[in-house]
Design a protein around this ligand. Structure first.
Ligand code: C6P
Length: 417
């Protein structure tokens, strides 16, 4: 079903904003997305009418806040088809979610064990594993990418062995846009007796993701990348896995009993959510899930594919443009990273910004990948459900103008002649 972007855009107050007197074209959705008024209002309503701590007091406000907080877990569980709230840990972002998994799994690693990652990982799915490997004396191995920006599946299978204890990989690359064959990789990990950790920061917000169908042990994603508030993220873990997961933070609410000497942990998921949680964030995230479900994840995916196709086609028409990742929009998420005519990505981003178009320029927190591609960084446009075909056209037309400008020698001011 085609998305009614005109109607959708009415829900996003920020999209009416003008920057430098020009209509805002927001194409930095892979970094964080805008929020609909439904999310903003849900959070306002929490603060205005039932703001309270959760799981502690018996007073009415606390009961209401606790109900809303627990319901938010339930909603997220349904959204990704988890068994129930015991499999859903609220965190502040994908980074924290992966750190919880890595911190706990590190305790079970020993010298000679191997952790398999891919060359297209975000720092959040590299650095925690580097630290885990260092602590345990384990080794990191990397699944390689081919010239098309896709994983070389043969090489990936060849590095998964009986020594592999963890396979951690991104579902969709935040630079290449590549959609990885998650089900196949999870199955390969399982066959080797390894634990699979899926970085779903760029997939859960944009396409249907079903954890039961994928079979992954852990999955991490960010609420703020799916219309939810900043400071919200999720760690999904199969119940059996989360039961074995050691908390990363200790303190209030994560315990069932404390003596002067020792403590026992609370039941799932609270054992992994120490201290007063982000209740307003949870309420906002639940409203975001409602919003996405009403539109339909398959529809959102289709819409982004259409926008990506437009961008890819027009970019390929610009001379001296290097586009990264698969050429076929069907193999990608809704983002396109590129370099133009040897210009620095920050300059290209600044030119686009001057036209009211918000993109991201830089290494996108994937420095090893940038080095592998032989670049310092790239400029990236990333789409979401409220972006229109006209915006994708405007972005590429502006880029054509920038490309033409960059070809001309820089004019020397009269005073310097
Ligand atoms: N990528 C981008 O502009 P946090 O920051 O914890 O919410 O998400 C981290 C993260 C993990 N994995 C992938 C694949 C990601 O894309 C991101 C966030 C943003 O590309 C900010 S660096």
């Amino acid at each position: 079903m085609r998305l009614n972007t005109k109607k959708i855009r009415e829900d996003f107050p920020i999209l009416k904003k003008k920057v430098y007197g020009k209509p805002l074209v927001y194409l930095d959705n892979a970094a964080t997305t805008q929020k609909p008024r439904q999310v903003i209002q849900a959070m306002d309503s929490y603060y205005e009418s039932y703001n309270s701590n959760v799981h502690r007091a018996v007073h009415k406000l606390s009961q209401e806040a606790t109900q809303a907080y627990d319901d938010a877990h339930e909603k997220v569980a349904e959204f990704i088809n988890a068994e129930g709230i015991e499999e859903i840990v609220f965190t502040k972002n994908t980074t924290e979610s992966i750190n919880i998994a890595a911190n706990s799994l590190a305790r079970h690693l020993k010298k000679g064990d191997e952790i398999v990652l891919t060359q297209m990982e975000h720092h959040s799915n590299i650095v925690p594993w580097q630290q885990a490997a260092k602590k345990a004396g384990a080794k990191l191995r990397y699944a390689e990418i081919n010239n098309n920006g896709e994983l070389d599946m043969q090489q990936l299978h060849s590095i998964i062995s009986k020594n592999t204890k963890v396979v951690a990989f991104t579902h969709v690359s935040n630079v290449l846009g590549t959609i990885n064959q998650a089900k196949e990789i999870v199955a390969a990990a399982k066959e080797a007796g390894a634990i699979s950790v899926l970085d779903a920061a760029q997939s859960v917000p944009h396409m249907p993701v079903n954890v039961k169908e994928l079979g992954c042990d852990f999955m991490a994603f960010s609420g703020h990348k799916m219309l939810g508030p900043t400071g919200t993220g999720v760690l999904y873990g199969r119940k059996e896995m989360l039961e074995k997961t050691e908390p990363m933070l200790y303190g209030g609410d994560m315990i069932s009993e404390v003596s002067f000497e020792d403590a026992k942990w609370n039941e799932l998921p609270w054992k992994l959510e120490a201290g007063t949680p982000n209740v307003a964030g949870a309420v906002g995230l639940a409203a975001a899930v409602d919003y996405l479900q009403k539109i339909g994840m398959e529809n959102i995916h289709g819409h982004e594919r259409m926008l990506t196709r437009i961008a890819l086609k027009r970019l390929q028409g610009i001379k001296d443009v290097a586009v990264y990742g698969p050429k076929d929009a069907a193999k990608r998420g809704g983002l396109v990273a590129f370099n133009l005519n040897g210009a620095h990505p920050h300059d290209v981003s600044a030119f686009l910004d001057a036209a009211g178009i918000a993109v991201r320029g830089g290494h996108h927190c994937a420095m090893p990948l940038a080095r592998l591609l032989g670049i310092a960084g790239s400029t990236r446009a990333s789409f979401y459900l409220y972006n229109t075909a006209e915006e994708a056209e405007k972005f590429t037309e502006t880029l054509e103008e920038i490309a033409a400008k960059l070809k001309k020698p820089t004019p020397i001011p009269e005073s310097r002649k």
